[in-house]
Write a protein that binds this ligand. Structure first.
Ligand code: ACO
Length: 338
């Protein structure tokens, strides 16, 4: 039986930084409110007048991941791209991304599992590698949120939270006999509960709109911006994340103390602090980036990997747990020997 290991990591943040103070006038918000409630100080957004889209950010992160893994793009057997901010409604962003990376012919798969999308993508890649179907898979999480946010006071509850960015990993195959000491993905654990799909969603444009979906009345009245029941999302996040972390630890006969580093999804610093407190994980074992990047949804975890490596916090041989919760609702965790 084979297992998959992370051969290389890369990330990319667009150069324009929007501090909380830059949003104050636009959204009738304040630096104090945003920092207190979320831990966010700033976020990176693409140039709002440019045509830069999700697949472009994914390319930049992937080039770095390929370089770090010393893998040539032509060695890839598959690309998986997780995003909730696709370039176009269809085809999938992975197809645009694959064309830009210039790796024609190999499968290109979109994952639409929002904040949990990267772990879902990692899990799919892991299954293909475990079965021996593929040897090398690129998994990317990328988002351009900034162009889809309501940046008026009406949209401030969601608008201040999200940033643009991308992160990528190259997964390669390794033999089970080498596993005890070698880096590999120990397990992935995926969940969803679609009864809460409308708690955090973009309602329109929708195929359930009767008549011509782009008539002028519809364009004037429909809500094309993300809507969130923040309190309910928060309540479920602080319940589901500890649950799935314990599930992942139990599967591998590990306890929280044996984990060297926790790299969680970055939706709200208070969520991650609450999760750590519930599981009695010391805060210094939790690596957060939300203060600098905001919530980059599917990109938060691979960006976290890359930033933790750069900060000297994530080193070979460490046991790492990642967990995420988000729209869907979806939640997931993975345990990795780095
Ligand atoms: N600036 C200033 N005031 C604001 C803002 C803002 N940006 N947003 C809301 N407020 C106001 C509200 O209007 C409200 O005012 P009121 O008391 O006069 O009515 C007050 O602040 C409190 O609002 P709440 O919504 O109760 O604030 P809360 O403490 O719940 O924090 C937050 C909101 C940060 C969104 C929180 O609920 C949260 O983090 N939820 C989870 C988010 C999350 O995990 N998302 C999942 C991942 S994202 C994905 O999957 C796509």
């Amino acid at each position: 039986m084979k297992r998959s290991k992370i051969l290389g990591v890369g990330s990319y943040l667009p150069s324009q930084i929007w501090k909380n103070s830059d949003l104050e006038k636009m959204m009738d918000t304040s630096d104090e409110w945003i920092q207190q409630r979320t831990g966010i100080r700033q976020r990176h957004w693409v140039d709002q007048n440019s045509s830069v889209c999700t697949s472009d950010l994914a390319i930049e992160a992937s080039k770095k991941a390929l370089e770090n893994s010393k893998i040539k793009k032509d060695e890839l057997d598959m690309v998986i791209l997780a995003t909730l901010s696709p370039d176009h409604e269809f085809p999938g962003t992975a197809c645009f991304f694959q064309a830009k990376l210039n790796v024609p012919g190999i499968p290109a798969l979109d994952v639409r599992q929002q904040c949990t999308g990267f772990i879902y993508g990692l899990s799919i890649a892991d299954q293909f590698i475990r079965t021996g179907t593929y040897q090398k898979i690129l998994v990317v999480g990328a988002e351009v949120h900034s162009k889809g946010l309501n940046k008026t006071p009406e949209g401030r509850d969601v608008g201040v939270l999200f940033g643009d960015g991308a992160g990528a990993v190259v997964l390669g195959s390794c033999e089970k006999s080498e596993l005890s000491s070698m880096s590999h993905i120990l397990s992935t654990h995926l969940h969803a509960d679609g009864q809460f799909a409308r708690e955090l969603w973009v309602q329109e444009p929708s195929m359930n709109h009767p008549g011509d979906r782009m008539d002028s009345e519809y364009i004037k009245t429909a809500n094309f911006y993300p809507q969130m029941n923040g309190k309910n999302v928060f309540i479920h996040a602080v319940r589901r994340m500890p649950e799935v972390i314990l599930e992942a630890l139990s599967k591998n006969e590990l306890n929280t103390n044996q984990i060297d580093l926790y790299i969680f999804h970055q939706a709200n610093l208070r969520i991650n602090e609450r999760v750590a407190k519930q599981l009695e994980i010391p805060q210094e074992k939790v690596f957060n980036t939300i203060d600098r990047f905001g919530n980059t949804t599917a990109a938060t975890i691979p960006i976290g990997f890359d930033e933790a490596i750069k900060a000297g916090k994530l080193k070979p041989g460490m046991l790492v747990v990642s967990a995420a919760f988000g729209s869907g609702f979806t939640w997931a965790a993975t345990v990795i020997r780095w």
